[in-house]
Write a protein that binds this ligand. Structure first.
Ligand code: NAP
Length: 480
């Protein structure tokens, strides 16, 4: 609290500087803050996050065996340590503070929303709420130690088969984690509860199921190569599924990634063994199947036991992404005890913010939020960045270009504004309100205590860090 008080006092001196609040401390939020601080020497940027920890998807989404992708947190740490930047975790837009309250505190450029996609697309088919059917996001958050999902406890012991729906990079991540030797994960920052469950897992077969064909598989070549290279893996791809049409040829001509992925799948299908040996981990790429319903297990009431699929065929013209899957009226069942729906993340709307529910984004032009009352106007001082702006696609670095575009819009808009901003209570107003509401804001130096503790715990067991996975522990260490 003493640090927060001194922050309140210190920032009164710069009361007329440009005050910006960035909501969300994932890649989109940090890149926006970085670009804002660089572009505007007088800017003061406050980043708030609902979690007590920074870095969003880099901490909770990136797979534990992809440490190289997490190196970007060094760059974000430098941004957070800039004297014109602050981080306040454990502050939730909506419940801790409303958007309209923030808009009153931060004038000129009020708020850049970069809080990502914390929900999932749904299939909307029968049986989706059976136990054992999870979204891939929940599973990823569970193995990455997200404090909202430390109790997920997916049942990995009473089945040998998992079905992953979708063939994007998230699907490949969850399939890889299920099939990889746990010993190879033991030296990563995977949550201990997940490592223990994976060590005891009986899952040996993973079906990666796509509603379209191998030319339309949404994953990228590097990630596909990685899973195909797993130790002692049996890979099954039906030759029939690799028969392509003129429209597929056309799609591949227009998209190098699709071509590379298709070539890798073709190579894997011809070089793989004819049948698995006993106990060997199996990865089955299954194409042209769309899920129709989830059926209850005969042995375990309320638990999934099978997925019913309809065989599909592709319809539509050639050209990138324009062929769609349509049902053929033929159905097939696939027995399994775990289903991970990896069909895309979805952003959550907040009160007072225009939202396009079908696309799951905030309608915007180059990051400027479009007015909800008149689509020819933009909301004064409101901007978006990241998945909330463009939908849940792209890698961490995509957010860099996205942030550049949003900050360019902000800079352009600022040239049309009064160079002497009106009074804005900014950081001290925010902190005062949080104090009044008895909300424990976690500063970046508080995060430093969590970070040190996690690294210390990790060093005891040969891991880069042992994540603290529940809210009480995180807040207790932060307040020490
Ligand atoms: P994604 O790439 O959009 O893949 C979604 C998958 O779900 C597609 O195969 C899609 O098939 C399928 N799908 C969507 N709706 C469906 C439905 N109703 N029924 C059946 N299947 C359906 O999404 P993601 O895998 O969640 O990844 C999100 C972004 O993060 C991507 O840009 C990804 O590359 C990135 N990412 C990158 C890495 C990495 O670089 N290592 C790791 C993880 C994530 P259709 O194509 O037929 O729609």
């Amino acid at each position: 609290m003493a640090i927060i008080r001194s922050m309140i006092t210190r920032s009164y001196s710069s009361i007329r500087s440009l005050r910006v609040c960035v909501i969300g401390s994932g890649p989109a939020g940090f890149y926006t803050a970085e670009k804002m601080l660089k572009a505007h020497e007088d800017a003061q940027v406050d980043i708030i996050d609902r979690l007590p920890t920074p870095f969003g998807l880099v901490r909770s989404g990136v797979a534990p065996d992809h440490p190289e992708t997490k190196i970007v947190t060094n760059q974000f740490t430098r941004v957070a340590r800039n004297e014109r930047c602050s981080f306040f975790g454990n502050v939730t837009l909506g419940s801790s503070i409303s958007l309209s309250e923030l808009c009153q505190m931060y004038h000129v450029v009020r708020v850049v929303l970069a809080y990502g996609a914390e929900s999932d697309r749904n299939l909307g088919i029968p049986g989706e709420d059976l136990r054992g059917v999870h979204s891939a996001r929940e599973f990823v958050w569970w193995y990455n130690g997200h404090p909202d999902f430390c109790h997920l406890a997916p049942d990995l012991k009473s089945t040998d088969t998992a079905v992953v729906l979708g063939q994007g990079n998230v699907a490949l991540d969850v399939a890889r984690v299920l099939l990889k030797q746990p010993a190879e994960l033991a030296t990563t920052d995977i949550a201990s509860h997940a490592l223990a469950a994976l060590k005891e897992s009986s899952i040996r077969k993973v079906y990666l199921v796509g509603r379209r064909g191998p030319v339309q598989a949404a994953c990228t070549a590097k990630e596909l190569r990685e899973i195909l290279a797993l130790k002692d893996l049996y890979v099954n791809i039906k030759q029939d599924d690799l028969q392509i049409t003129a429209a597929d040829e056309e799609e591949m001509k227009n998209n190098r990634i699709r071509k590379r992925v298709f070539d890798l799948l073709t190579k894997a299908s011809s070089s793989s063994q004819t049948r698995p040996t006993s106990g060997q981990p199996e990865l089955h790429f299954t194409f042209f199947w769309k899920p129709e319903k989830f059926l209850e297990s005969n042995d375990k009431t309320g638990h999934v036991g099978c997925v019913n699929f309809e065989k599909t065929t592709l319809k539509g013209s050639a050209g990138s992404g324009s062929q769609i899957a349509v049902g053929t009226g033929q159905y097939e069942d696939l027995k399994c005890g775990l289903v991970l729906k990896s069909i895309g993340y979805k952003s959550i709307p907040v009160d007072g913010l225009p939202f396009d529910h079908s696309k799951g984004v905030v309608p915007n032009i180059k990051g400027r939020v479009l007015s909800s009352s008149d689509i020819n106007l933009t909301e004064d001082g409101l901007y978006v960045c990241g998945w909330l702006k463009r939908g849940p696609t792209g890698i961490v670095a995509t957010n860099l270009y996205d942030a550049e575009e949003t900050v360019a819009s902000i800079s352009e808009d600022l040239t049309k504004k009064d160079p002497t901003p009106e009074f804005a209570s900014g950081r001290e107003g925010l902190l005062q309100l949080l104090e009044n509401r008895k909300i424990q804001a976690v500063t970046f130096s508080d995060w430093g205590k969590i970070d040190s503790e996690e690294k210390r715990l990790g060093s005891l067991i040969g891991k880069p860090r042992e994540k603290l996975t529940n809210w009480n522990d995180l807040l207790a260490i932060a307040s020490k």
